[in-house]
Design a protein around this ligand. Structure first.
Ligand code: SIN
Length: 497
């Protein structure tokens, strides 16, 4: 059981256990071993309503605290996350499978959102707008949106919770979080630490259980004023449709199909390194990971050889083993999708340069794979593979590279390697995506606005933009401030009276 691996087993428990009713339990399984780690409650629609009740009760007291007081709680939460980093990382590796080194990185990443939004809480400025009238003032104030729902994915079970909850709490909102059914323990542990940091009970609840039931209950409750979701485009569409009934504000961080462009003047060694970082991080189960490697012909052979050599050095195994670079895929369906993409590509004439099969460890472990001769009509290029497969498409010029890069309904991230600053700008400006990495395969940061265009969703997380998503704008017109001097000229100008 997971408790035995934790220095502090009480970390993994429900903060809202006294208020939110449950209807049985479901197992959390380690994808590396198949071992049952823990059982978590199945919260039904009544339980979700109770969590929203609790969030609503907590909203007034929490939003009335000063921004400085809220920031103080977030700072303590950040400290507790970092103090419990080892336990949180072990929990994460156990339920999700990623190597412990990556899990430790994710916990630091998760904490960085809390630290950043503790500071941003202090900068939710309003404004005063100059008017025509001496006796009038126009003032804009920022207020918390209210009760928010956060639906988080299994690929980053810690960082996606803090990326949503920290800005919401900093703004004065309260949150009901629904982690992915397979990876709820990280979210539970983070919520427990938030309570210990002084967050009032009900301000951050975690509801575990069936995704559809909870998603419907959250989107159909008019008291929930905003939903932030990270996950697939297909589920994003469903949630958007459901949320139209209550007109909830939405942030949707959905699927990607990131092109990784290697132009013919690129530093090929750097491009290989960046490609491995981008493509094989989290076994390729990352929405911003390179999904199509688009390489210009003059450097294609050297790039391919470098990539194959680097990929063959990656060690696959249980995330708890020292030196492991790549854990298992999350489940059988994920492994089958990877197999389907490789099979389709090979049937269409692509060639597997390395990997291409399940790993000899069995289960959902998969060999890090490179395939070449890929064309843009193949499933591996059209769909998000979400697995450790690097498909290479060879092109002749910048025009073709950009055309292929944009030839997708997704618009999340893109990468470009070139040493020419003119080519950098020309390419960046033509890429129809929300984020571009230039000569880097890693983009993610709490200080940068993360999000996409087209079917990759809407809204931004991280940076200053991330807290804006949780703030309403209220305009206040003050009149009668200067009754002696003040005319109504400007007002008359607007109203015609
Ligand atoms: C995601 O895959 O949804 C998030 C990845 C990241 O933050 O880097």
């Amino acid at each position: 059981m997971i408790e035995t691996m934790l220095t502090d087993p009480s970390l993994v428990r429900r903060a809202d256990a006294d208020r939110v009713p449950e209807e049985g339990g479901t197992s959390v399984v380690n994808p590396s071993t198949g071992e049952v780690l823990a059982r978590v409650p199945v919260i039904g629609a009544d339980g979700v309503r109770a969590a929203v009740d609790a969030a609503e009760d907590a909203l007034g007291p929490w939003s009335r605290r000063t921004a400085h007081e809220r920031a103080e709680v977030l700072r303590r939460w950040n400290t507790l996350i970092l103090e419990n980093r080892d336990d949180l990382a072990r929990t994460l590796t156990a339920e999700q499978g990623k190597p412990l080194r990556e899990a430790l990185g994710e916990i630091t990443y998760a904490a960085s959102f809390v630290a950043w939004y503790a500071e941003e809480a202090l900068r939710t400025y309003g404004e005063v707008i100059p008017t025509y009238d001496r006796d009038r003032r126009m003032v804009v104030v920022r207020e918390p949106v209210g009760v928010c729902a956060a639906i988080t994915p299994w690929n980053f079970p810690s960082a996606m919770v803090t990326r949503k909850a920290a800005p919401a709490l900093a703004a004065g909102c309260t949150v009901v979080a629904k982690p992915a059914p397979g990876t709820p323990l990280s979210a539970l542990a983070l919520a427990e630490l938030a309570l210990r940091a002084g967050l009032p009970s009900g301000a951050l609840s975690v509801v575990t259980g069936d995704a559809e039931t909870i998603g419907l209950a959250l989107t159909s409750d008019p008291r929930v004023r905003k939903l932030s979701f990270t996950g697939s485009t297909a589920v994003g569409r469903i949630l958007m449709r459901q949320a139209s009934a209550t007109l909830q504000r939405l942030s949707l961080e959905l699927g990607g199909n990131a092109p990784f462009l290697v132009l013919d003047d690129a530093d090929v060694d750097a491009a290989v390194l960046g490609c491995v970082e981008s493509k094989f991080r989290n076994s390729g189960q990352t929405c911003v990971c390179a999904n199509r490697i688009i390489v210009q012909r003059p450097v294609a052979e050297r790039f391919q050889a470098g990539l194959v050599a680097a990929v063959e050095r990656l060690r696959v195994g249980d995330g708890f083993e020292a030196g492991v670079d790549q854990g298992p895929l999350i489940d059988e369906a994920a492994a089958r999708k990877v197999e389907r993409h490789i099979g389709d590509a090979v049937a269409g004439g692509a060639v597997v340069l390395t990997g291409g099969r399940r790993h000899r460890l069995g289960g959902t472990f998969f060999e890090p794979t490179v395939i070449t001769g890929v064309t843009s009509d193949m499933a591996v290029a059209r769909e998000e593979t979400f697995g450790p497969v690097a498909p290479i498409l060879v092109v002749d010029d910048d025009e073709e590279a950009v055309r292929l890069a944009n030839d997708t309904a997704s618009g999340l991230a893109a990468y470009v390697y070139t040493r020419d600053v003119g080519r950098v700008w020309r390419t960046v400006e033509r890429l129809d995506v929300g984020m571009v990495g230039v000569n880097t395969g890693l983009l993610s940061s709490a200080f940068a606005p993360f999000g996409g265009r087209k079917e990759s969703g809407m809204g931004r997380e991280g940076a200053r933009a991330g807290i804006e998503e949780y703030l309403e704008t209220k305009y206040v017109a003050f009149a009668g401030l200067d009754p002696v001097e003040g005319g109504q000229d400007g007002h008359a100008q607007t109203t015609g009276r």
